[in-house]
Design a protein around this ligand. Structure first.
Ligand code: GLA
Length: 692
């Protein structure tokens, strides 16, 4: 990614349209679902939106049944009135093409369009997103609806962007229907060309799985035991592409009628759940990358997960500003215990996203629903009205964001401008690492990634996310946490990066498989053994919840290995158990750069100690020379200026040395920032004066 590419992005152009008197504004608003309410409510809605400072709402996401109550009959008068009303109050519209939830008439008329689960159970309608991506009936109906909506509203002055569908693959993917089987065969044919190549890639010599005709190939449906892993991996790739085709078809219809930017909302690091589509691939087709983020409310470090999700979203956006399409003002309805947000938490959450590159933050949803499955989900306007904590905080947030308009269009930077550290997160590697029948169920690419991101977070160092094939030359330090599968191109790129002076940290269970999920033979970690200067011969995963002492960097858990250095310097060894003496952490010189291997999962203290070594070696510095614990510090830069965000997650006030102009209180700091417990500050400095 290239965060220094200065050309204005569609997100930046949007913020200019949302502002007034030539000043850009951070996008602020929500999903607006007026069809859930009597029309008399709408006037109050727009009045209160104005009061809160809302400038953008997403309309029509779940309106298909209202717009097209029966096949081919389109009813737009109500939507005309909604959009006109918003326009009259100066509120812009992110207009959905409404294809996310086909109405009952559609599923009833075309039952063959319903998706099928792995075990053969057909998914019924009655909730949402009940369609198979491969269904020609769905695609036809979605295209017709999109055409109608685009045609009617493309030139409406309130409409400034398009919201295609909603959270692709959230409830209906993967689909194992016969339609998906046919689609999968076509996709495989295009990928492999002939059955011989497919048999080789899938390793079908194993368990007598050889395919003799394309018709024999099916999705990886429930079988007696583990289904062929490459078949599973290809099916994940196919399923992502099948949905991408739906997006592309709908996008093409809109693009014929409108030049406004298009997006669809992603679900990055979605609560640790399986990721249904390859967002790296998808983001290339978005004008604006947008993400939905919800806290895992019972996790005391949920704000660190938020930071990680925001950093990943910025990666998908290639470093350019992005849009937080949804988060919640307080509790959601879908976790086991839906803990409400503490006073001030929503403001901190929002500013974390902005600090990490969002130029807009919207909520799900404007008015908390009265009926339906999400009636206990918070909104900007709660059931209990405006004399409430939520409403007061929403209005306070609106005022806060108004003070931050000048930040739009800037990019996230490190102490000297550019971010210095990148974490690699390839979708294929994650998908393949999550397949069954691996050495340990405790080895999780997501969790290992989180441990590394958390460690940099604790040290006050901002990290970007990249793919293994990206140009990494701007980074002083690159981490490959459990990058299990790698293409040959990725392997070459990482070797080149180190050869030309970069520092690469590789953790256990990385570089093990090629793009077909076949083991890279000879020595573990296959792709990296030579680069790292180690020879690992056998994995020794640890029993559940057991850890093992290391000679340095504390203890390791989840994983150990039997091996030895070939040329690497050993920084730490396993201090006991069956692999006593095997390397735990190594350092190697390769070309002009350095490579490190970490063969176990380090715990917090050990990780912090190792990070000190890594950062000292690579010359990576935290944002502040003396970071205050519990205070998140992130910087955005544009032209000659920087904006440093301080987010105090502590229950106590802190004093931090800082100079510059604080935007939220509009004060010039005289050397000290007094940050109240739980509060935020944004300090502007000219670039020349980058030391705070
Ligand atoms: C998702 C969906 C929304 C809503 C929220 C609830 O993000 O896009 O429609 O269901 O979850 O948290």
């Amino acid at each position: 990614m290239n965060p220094h590419n200065k050309s204005a992005s569609p997100m930046t152009a949007l913020t200019r349209r949302l502002g007034s008197s030539g000043q850009p504004a951070i996008a602020f608003g929500a999903d607006y679902n007026p069809e859930q309410w009597p029309e008399e409510t709408w006037a109050e809605d727009v009045r209160l939106m104005r009061e809160a400072g809302v400038n953008l709402v997403s309309v029509g996401i779940f309106s298909w049944a209202r717009i097209e109550p029966r096949e081919g009959t389109y009813v737009f008068d109500w939507l005309d009135r909604v959009i006109d009303l918003l326009h009259a109050h100066g509120i812009k519209v992110d207009l959905a093409n409404a294809t996310a939830s086909p109405p009952p008439w559609f599923s009833h008329t075309y039952p063959q369009s319903l998706p099928v689960r792995e075990d053969g159970v057909k998914i019924s309608y009655g909730s949402r997103q009940a369609f198979a991506a491969s269904s020609p009936e769905y695609r036809r109906a979605a295209a017709a609806l999109t055409e109608q909506i685009a045609n009617r509203y493309a030139s409406h002055p309130a409409v400034v962007m398009w919201h295609i569908h909603n959270e692709y693959g959230c409830h209906n993917q993967p689909d194992y229907s016969d339609g998906a089987a046919a689609g999968f065969r076509g996709w495989l044919h295009r990928r492999y060309g002939n059955l011989e190549a497919l048999n080789a890639a899938w390793g079908t010599a194993f368990w007598s799985q050889r395919y003799d005709s394309w018709d024999e190939i099916i999705p990886p449906r429930t079988s007696g035991t583990w289904v062929n892993p490459t078949q599973q991996l290809d099916f994940a790739r196919y399923s992502s592409d099948e949905l991408l085709e739906c997006y592309m078809a709908e996008a093409a219809i809109i693009r014929r009628q409108s030049t406004h930017p298009l997006t669809t909302n992603f679900m990055g690091f979605n609560m640790g759940l399986h990721q249904p589509v390859d967002y790296w691939r998808w983001s290339q087709h978005m004008d604006i990358v947008s993400n939905d983020h919800y806290l895992r409310a019972e996790d005391s470090r949920s704000f660190q997960d938020l930071a990680m999700a925001a950093d990943l979203t910025r990666g998908w956006a290639a470093g350019k500003p992005w849009l937080l399409m949804e988060h919640s003002t307080s509790a959601v309805n879908w976790q086991p215990r839906n803990i409400a947000k503490a006073p001030g938490e929503m403001l901190r959450n929002t500013l974390q996203h902005i600090a990490r590159g969002a130029d807009g933050t919207l909520f799900f949803q404007w008015r908390a629903s009265k009926a339906g499955a999400e009636k206990f989900h918070s909104g900007m306007l709660p059931h209990t009205g405006t004399d409430t904590k939520i409403w007061r905080e929403v209005c306070e947030l609106g005022r806060t964001l108004q003070a931050l308009g000048e930040v739009t269009g800037s990019v996230v930077g490190g102490p000297d401008g550019a971010v210095e550290v990148a974490i690699l997160h390839d979708t294929d590697a994650r998908w393949a690492s999550e397949l069954d029948s691996h050495p340990s169920v405790d080895a999780s690419s997501l969790h290992e990634t989180r441990r590394w991101h958390d460690a940099f977070y604790r040290r006050g160092i901002t990290t970007d996310f990249c793919q293994s094939t990206d140009d990494l030359s701007q980074y002083k330090l690159v981490i490959a946490p459990m990058l299990y599968l790698l293409t040959d191109e990725g392997v070459r790129n990482l070797h080149r990066y180190v050869e030309s002076g970069g520092s690469l940290v590789v953790t256990y269970f990385s570089g093990i498989a090629d793009e077909n999920d076949h083991i890279r033979l000879g020595s573990y970690p296959g792709a990296f053994s030579g680069l790292l200067g180690v020879h690992i011969e056998e994995f020794f995963p640890l029993p559940e919840a057991q850890s093992i002492e290391l000679s340095r960097f504390g203890a390791g858990s989840i994983w150990t290995e039997l091996g030895r250095p070939t040329v690497a310097e050993v920084l730490s060894t396993v201090a006991g158990g069956p692999v006593q003496g095997s390397p735990a952490v190594t350092r190697n010189t390769y070309g002009d750069g350095r490579s490190y291997y970490v063969s176990t999962s380090l715990q917090v203290e050990g990780m912090d100690e190792l990070l000190q070594v890594l950062c000292a070696d690579a010359g990576v510095s935290p944002m502040l020379a003396d970071p205050a614990p519990g205070v998140e510090v992130v910087r955005r830069c544009k032209d000659e200026q920087t904006w440093t965000f301080f987010i105090n997650h502590n229950d106590e006030d802190v004093r931090i040395p800082a100079a510059g102009h604080e935007l939220l209180t509009s004060q010039d700091l005289q050397g000290t920032l007094h940050l109240k417990a739980g509060s935020v500050a944004v300090v502007r400095l000219p670039a020349a004066a980058s030391e705070l």
